[in-house]
Design a protein around this ligand. Structure first.
Ligand code: ACO
Length: 311
């Protein structure tokens, strides 16, 4: 019987049809999706911290309103993604527990500090830009709920990317000190942004199987190259430089060549040794504990009204 199920699943994937929650799926497919979607969800909510750091110090009311909206969007993305993971039979409690105990990862990028206001611009431009490059193909992921969540996430990410670009442009065209601040932020965020795409293809554990299942549509290196090709002309338009002396157009390949990434730094951050790992996780645990009364009140309310169906 499993063989028959498997044949139906394989045919659906081959025909680019969507797999839905009630469909039969291989356990490995389910587990791989839970792993990726959970890591993605965790990244969205941990990613609120570095930017929230600047809400109280945004340089104008307009910038503050935009930044608050953006950080709220990230919380929303986390919620869509936890919901998508729940359709695979895992509870949100379980996933949060794994995040808090360090058994599930979140993106390496959020373990770097936001030292100046320009970092908010650099995150929008580079980090959200990298996120879109990675996530647009996920709108065609074979698992329906994940693919559909990505459509809205990508629209909101595009707004985030533009606001970052615009904030950075204002600084770049500002005073000498503002320009220097923008350049410094780009210098610090460029390499970590390239690491967001994951290890090189020959060191990527999951890519081959994820591509076969059409969870991923492109490899880590393909998307990293696509991002570099998009970012170089944008940096020129911004009047900023990218901190890589080896960056140059390769006529033959039709792509920009770029320098070697420090993978030791990447693996070190994944092991928990980045500049902000401890701070991010302990802040997250604290926020969860602080919210315990809300969860308890919601559960008590649901219990009280479970027979009447009223709210
Ligand atoms: N940060 C932390 N961990 C990473 C990163 C990263 N940037 N890149 C890869 N890893 C981890 C993988 O999770 C995997 O660990 P695991 O086996 O314990 O799960 C290991 O490194 C090996 O990597 P891959 O085999 O290449 O992993 P995968 O095929 O899942 O590819 C990728 C990684 C590209 C990040 C993929 O999971 C993906 O597309 N995820 C969805 C997008 C996402 O999570 N974005 C979050 C940041 S964007 C934002 O929130 C604004």
């Amino acid at each position: 019987e499993t063989a028959a199920h498997e044949a139906v699943f394989d045919a659906a994937v081959a025909a680019d049809e969507r797999i839905e929650p009630r469909d039969w799926m291989p356990e490995g497919y389910r587990a791989s999706l839970v792993r990726q979607i959970a890591q993605h969800a965790h990244s969205e909510i941990i990613g609120m911290q570095p930017e929230a750091n600047w809400i109280t110090r945004a340089p104008s009311l307009r910038r503050k309103a935009i930044l608050m909206a953006k950080v709220q969007d990230e919380a929303g993305h986390g919620l869509y993604l936890y919901s998508a993971a729940e359709t695979l039979g895992t509870s949100r409690d379980e996933l949060l527990d794994k995040l808090h105990s360090g058994r599930q990862k979140y993106s390496s990028i959020f373990n770097y500090p936001t030292l100046t206001w320009a970092d908010v611009g650099a995150i929008g431009w580079l980090v959200d830009g990298a996120a879109i490059t990675n996530q647009v193909p996920l709108c065609r992921c074979s698992y329906g709920p994940y693919a559909r969540a990505m459509v809205r996430v990508c629209k909101e990410e595009s707004f985030h990317q533009r606001q970052g670009y615009e904030a950075l442009l204002a600084l770049s065209r500002g005073t000498e000190a503002q320009h220097a601040m923008a350049q410094d932020a780009v210098d610090r965020w460029w390499w970590p942004s390239l690491m967001m795409f994951g290890p090189p293809d020959d060191e990527s554990t999951h890519t081959a199987q994820a591509m076969a299942w059409k969870i991923k549509r492109h490899t880590n290196d393909e998307l990293r190259q696509r991002f570099v090709d998009i970012a170089v002309p944008q940096a020129e338009a911004l009047g900023l430089t990218l901190p890589d002396p080896d960056l140059r157009w390769n006529e033959e390949r039709g792509h920009y060549d770029f320098g070697a990434i420090d993978w030791t730094e990447f693996w070190d951050v994944l092991k928990g040794n980045g500049p902000c790992n401890d701070q991010r996780l302990s802040r997250r645990r604290q926020a969860h504990e602080d919210g315990a009364w809300v969860r308890e009140a919601a559960a008590a309310h649901a219990e009280k009204h479970k027979d009447t169906g009223k709210h």
